[in-house]
Ligand binder design. Structure first.
Ligand code: NAD
Length: 306
């Protein structure tokens, strides 16, 4: 039988702070395939995440298909905006959610992983995070600061993770990032520079695929996911309308489940995908294949008031 087998592999998934997003679903799918999974959690969300875990509020989601409970091997504080502590301004380092967390930067996570598991300890790195402080603003009203912040947190953070975690990776590892169709065409309301941050992320994944493939046989891929009402997406505001729109127009009419992204991620990170790198895999119920709404006449009538 052909199955996804990640036993003996260790994954680091950046961007898990609850059980409601793609990062959690990917972490769980990797664990279901046999991997040990460490996660990186944004310090402002870490306290709540730890409390939810402690109080058993996530137990239903942590239930594995075999009846056991999914346990994260380790949860690291991670603010992916910062490569090293010197980059974090004092007002961030001194905030109550940061100050007792040690080194929460990408370099800090790399150091702690090495201390915890040794030099050659990692096979899979997943980047499932994004942040655009001005995402709700049209590009025409986006400041330079907001634009660059979106790119720093949502795109460069992947490059930085690759740079700093690569030295810990065993040969033929896999890296994965999460993108959105707004990188390829206009999604009105996905503002603040987030669309170009996703385009940068996809382009960087191709460059990294070449550089890391030649260097150590690592593979670098992207999943472009359809809309899903995670905490981050719900904060943007129009997610339920997007989900409805996809249900009405995508080739597959049912709403996307996070597990579908998790399963695709487990495949891409597994030896079964050994020939796949530098690719963007659409896990969006086929919506990317559409060039016009399914019911064009209906939309035209509505727009013209008929
Ligand atoms: P999510 O809320 O589960 O994940 C986003 C995570 O990013 C959160 O855990 C948040 O704490 C973390 N984060 C924010 N800023 C951070 C920082 N500076 N450092 C570290 N972590 C930080 O939401 P999600 O929708 O599952 O998002 C995961 C990825 O999927 C993102 O890249 C997102 O753009 C992408 N995506 C989401 C959708 C969607 O509709 N939900 C669609 C396509 C792509």
């Amino acid at each position: 039988m052909l199955s996804i087998d990640l036993s003996g592999k260790r994954a680091f998934v950046a961007g898990v702070a609850d059980d409601g997003g793609f990062g959690f679903a990917i972490a769980k799918a990797l664990a279901t395939a046999g991997a040990s999974v460490c996660v990186g959690t944004w310090p402002p969300a870490l306290g709540i995440f730890e409390a939810l875990l402690r109080r058993g509020k996530l137990d239903a989601s942590l239930a594995m298909p075999d009846g056991s409970k999914f346990e994260f091997e380790k949860i690291y504080p991670l603010d992916a905006e910062y490569d090293s502590l010197e980059d974090a301004p004092p007002e961030v380092r001194e905030q109550k959610r940061y100050r007792d967390r040690g080194d929460f930067t990408i370099e800090g996570v790399a150091r702690q992983l090495r201390e915890d598991f040794g030099d050659s300890c990692l096979d899979i790195v997943v980047h499932s995070l994004a942040n655009g402080p001005e995402v709700t603003r049209p590009l025409m009203q986006t400041s330079r600061g907001g634009y660059l912040a979106a790119h720093g947190a949502s795109a460069y953070s992947f490059v930085s993770l690759a740079q700093r975690l690569e030295p810990l990776m065993r040969p033929r590892g896999a890296l994965l990032a999460l993108s959105y169709l707004a990188s390829q065409g206009v999604v009105a309301d996905y503002g603040g520079g987030m669309a170009s941050a996703k385009a940068a992320l996809e382009t960087d994944a191709r460059m990294l695929a070449f550089e890391m493939g030649r260097q150590a046989g690592h593979r670098v891929n992207v999943i472009s996911a359809g809309p899903y009402a995670s905490r981050a997406a719900s904060a943007i505001g129009f997610i339920h309308k997007m989900i409805k729109y996809y249900e009405m127009n995508a080739p597959l009419a049912d709403a996307l489940q996070a597990e579908e992204v998790g399963n695709a991620a487990a495949f891409l990170c597994s030896p079964l995908a050994s020939g796949i790198t530098g690719t963007v895999l659409y896990v969006d119920k086929g919506f990317h294949a559409m060039a016009a709404p399914a019911d064009v006449a209906h939309v035209v009538d509505r727009l013209s008031g008929d």
